[in-house]
Design a protein around this ligand. Structure first.
Ligand code: KG4
Ligand code: ZN
Length: 339
């Protein structure tokens, strides 16, 4: 059978990325141009700056992805692109580019849901992983517990009622002066801290055992920091980071294991930027081992935003017959499972 080669493009937030993926699971190239340094001075992603930078970087990134994969555009089977959710101006750059490339090269266009991409990142290094399995999706904008019923088929069983896990990491990082990007900095600081130094609250959502709530925890950390500032007490940043992280990890792991036991597919995967958190990976690995569940997680580079995961998701969509027209638009609030 002829190889299926997907050229994938991702530009939903602050990474301009392109990748070539062969037959759904083999990454031939994975080029990521990060804007982190650019946004650091503003303490977070500035949407207008992100869009401009995507415009500057997208052509060189695609050229590099094709060159690294040693394939010509003519050899590509289809072009995959993230069309939502994300920042509208950022998404538009990738979508417009994908349409132009696909139209010019006479290739089919496959729009991909960004979160479907995050989940698909698990297929890259786990060649044996196939649905169904339970997946915890934790990124800057999403916290979802889902059953992956098939490729691109999800049943959402839990979600956050307020902040996303990554958002909580970013806000706490800012409050304790660690800055942007918050998640990796809290992760690093926490390694030197005591996770039981402070007992921050763990919220449960009444009647919804798989739902999350992080705003109470975030407020408790902010109150702690503000109180210390007022009284002139010095805070121990590693202890705050470790105690906060411990509360988040406990909430994420307990609900995921509960879901895995209830829905019983024997397999647990994690996805999204927060899935690269070292404490979460260690705690989930230990809990899965104890319960006899298979545990799957992508390498950190495939947890945070990248185009290889979009290429994998696009491959499975392509095989199912998903094709988008030249009227494909960016959908900033695209829901999971929506086409
Ligand atoms: O998936 P992602 O790259 O982009 C979105 O789709 O949102 O996730 C970014 C989020 C940010 O909130 C970032 O702080 C968080 O993932 N993150 C982490 C770590 N690395 C990235 N959170 C905790 N620990 C990390 N090591
Ligand atoms: Zn993402």
């Amino acid at each position: 059978m002829k190889d299926v080669l997907i050229l994938a493009i991702e530009s939903s937030c602050d990474e301009t990325a392109a990748s070539v993926v062969k037959n759904g699971r083999e990454v031939l190239s994975n080029v990521i141009s990060s804007q982190i340094a650019l946004h650091t001075q503003f303490g977070g992603v500035v949407p207008e700056i992100a869009s401009r930078k995507h415009m500057e970087r997208i052509n060189p990134v695609i050229t590099q992805a094709l060159a690294n994969a040693k394939v010509a555009l003519a050899d590509i089977t289809a072009v995959g692109v993230t069309y939502g959710p994300g920042l509208v101006g950022a998404l538009l750059v990738g979508v417009a580019e994908a349409k132009a490339v696909a139209y010019g090269a006479k290739k089919p266009l496959v729009g991909v849901h960004h979160i479907e991409g995050h989940v698909a990142a698990n297929f890259i290094e786990h060649k044996d992983l196939e649905p169904p399995f339970v997946c915890l999706i934790v990124s800057g904008g999403h916290t979802h517990l889902v059953i992956v019923k098939g490729y691109g088929e999800f049943e959402i069983i839990g979600r956050t009622r307020d902040d996303a896990a990554g958002e909580a990491f970013d806000k706490v990082a800012r409050a304790v002066g660690l800055g942007y990007p918050g998640g990796p900095k809290v992760d690093k600081a926490a390694r030197m801290g005591n996770p039981h130094a402070m007992e921050f609250p763990r919220a449960k959502v009444a009647g919804a055992p798989y739902d999350f709530s992080f705003s109470g925890l975030k407020s408790a950390v902010l109150n702690y920091v503000n109180h210390a500032k007022m009284t002139g007490d010095e805070i121990c940043v590693p202890d705050v980071a470790a105690s906060f992280q411990n509360a988040v990890v406990e909430a994420l792991v307990s609900r995921t294991i509960l879901a895995a036991k209830e829905y019983g597919h024997g397999k647990v995967a994690i996805a999204g930027g927060v899935a690269s958190n070292t404490a979460l990976r260690a705690a989930m690995a230990a809990a899965c081992k104890e319960c006899g569940l298979g545990f799957y997680y992508p390498s950190p580079v495939y947890c945070t935003d990248n185009a290889a995961m979009i290429g994998v998701a696009a491959y499975y969509e392509y095989q199912k017959g998903t094709r988008h027209g030249w009227d494909l638009n960016a959908v900033p609030n695209l829901k999971l499972g929506e086409r």
